[in-house]
Design a protein around this ligand. Sequence first.
Ligand code: FEO
Ligand code: CA
Ligand code: CA
Length: 696
Amino acid sequence: MTIAPAPEGRAPLPLLSTGARHGSRSYMTCFFRCGNACDHPEPNPTEHGHIQDQVAKAVQRRAVLKGAAATSGALLVGSVLGTAAPAAAASGAPAGRPGGGASSGHLGRAAFSPVQPNKRDAVTTAAGFDHSVVIRWGDPVVPGAPAFDVHNQSAQAAMKQFGYNCDYVGVLPIEGDPKRALLVVNHEYTDENLMFPASRYSADEIKSIAMFNHGLSVVAIRRGLVPGSWYQESKLDATPYNRRIHIRTRFVLDGPAAGDDRLKTSSDPTGKSVLGTLNNCAGGTTPWGTVLSGEENFNQYFDKSGALDPRYTAQYARYGITGTGTKGWKDVDFRFDLTQEPHEPHRFGWIVEVDPFEPDSAPVKHTMLGRFKHEGANVAIADSGQVVAYMGDDERGDYIYKFVSKNKVAKGSSRAARTKNKKLLSQGTLYVAKFTGDGSEDNVYDGTGEWIPLCSDTESFVEGMSVADVLIFTRLAADKVGPTKMDRPEDVEVNPVNGKVYAALTNNSSRGSQSLPVDEANPVASSMVRSKLGAPLTSASGNRNGYVLEITPDDHAGTTFGWDLMLVCGDPAAAETYFGGFDKSKVSPISCPDNVAFDDDGNLWVSTDGNVLGSNDGIFRVPVAGPNRGQVLQFVTMPRGAEACGPLIADDSRSLFFAVQHPGEIDGATFENQASTWPHTDDFPRPSVVVAYRQR
Ligand code: FEO
Ligand code: CA
Ligand code: CA
């Protein structure tokens, strides 16, 4: 690729259309993050996938529901390896072990008054808690990185600095170095309107700098004096691990589809080597100390200079690849021109695995986990020792998937065990979920479900499609077997205490339309929303506030499960809302759940993206068992225009890490006319990772 030359006058910034959005997200967010996906019909044209069991007739019914389904007794999951478990984080303590009493700063046990909905340009934590910015966009990551200067950005600098729009947050303990840990963060997308002063950079220069602001960062962090607080390690070479993974980092394609002709390009005739990763949204930390990251809205990066390859008309359409990408990157790198490189988009849309403890290793794109708009992947270990990865395809009307490994996890953290475990995601079976409602008599949105196999590493279970067909064009394969069309499946993650699986279903403005009728797992066709704080609730078509789905597997490696909608989100005053059976007069309003996390008592923590109740986004704590099941309490609110991402409870549940993504991304904002200046260190906003903890 070409790195853009020196600036040459005013750079034309992307043009934004205007008008009402489907949610509260600004036109800027829709344009830059997903290429205005909601402006197009949902790309799943199939007609299956609706339970149609009479129960779920649009929604206005009050869900007077019973408690959780019985816990399966055979669901021990979590940190069986002792290190690097997501919930154990930097202390190395196994998930599920008590971390002390309420006075210890344990966030799962702390009593707090919920933060009230607000529109402040601030991170606001519950009274009694503090927060610190750990690292900001532009901060140096690797030795030799220049200090950030927004007026003198370059691709060469960006490849050494913390990227834009942080999303997934992983924190991994470093064996033998208890004062430090590794922070691993996704950089999902860029907002050129907010990042670049007008008249300073050329159009090509903006594209090149934006490219290098994508990817991931690996950053050493150090404990602060206050328990639960963390800061960026000021010595960038204090550990050997700091790393920027960017658009020029070489990835290895692995698994059954690697080397397939449809993954080959002029610069990679092997079909096994890809430069870069794009639109990395959520992710998961594996028990063997690696990070999984989902390539989500990759379609928007591809343009065309002529006709599209007719061999892939149906495949492109199903992935929203139209050749009218909004980034213009083909102007600086021809591989983003579909006319020249029709296979390049097939090399994105995967789950990638990064080993932060081997900074020279090539990250891996796992074809065995299928190709779609991956939100993320979260791993559990079944009783059998097989590894199970749960995954969502974030599109209106798309599906929930899981992968079950062929081989069993190797215990311990030796190099030999890690080497073996890093191959677990290369062989196994890929499944897609079908949800069946059990009817209205029980007055509960619940039922049973089935994991439908799509393929193993050696055998396809979809008629007319090979293993490689299934893996490269997973959406088309799934369409053939009758899974359930969901309302934007985002994070899907196992609670390490009760073994149940929780899925955030953000929203679906099309639910209830002819193409997406309601069913018991997707029952809301009309939602109560609020245009701004203090305004009355009004009705809007579709599912605008989202759900949290609770899945009770019979066995993580098995093919059957029970399910219920634990949260039907929205304002508690709205009839359609439901909070796990908890008193609706005593919960916080919640809208558009996106990412989920758990403390070591098993409480659910939910972050939101696109609140349609007039407030900024935030993060909420929700007990999933006992008398307080469903007690949604807001713990923190985001600055103006920002989405809350990547919540992670770490350090014996004393630290809540999260990413403040796209602060100030509000229609009309420009670099010169910002809607936010958070974190208030400059006169422009800087997406950043934050940690919250109890005040000393
Ligand atoms: Fe990047 Fe599905 O949110
Ligand atoms: Ca029911
Ligand atoms: Ca997300």
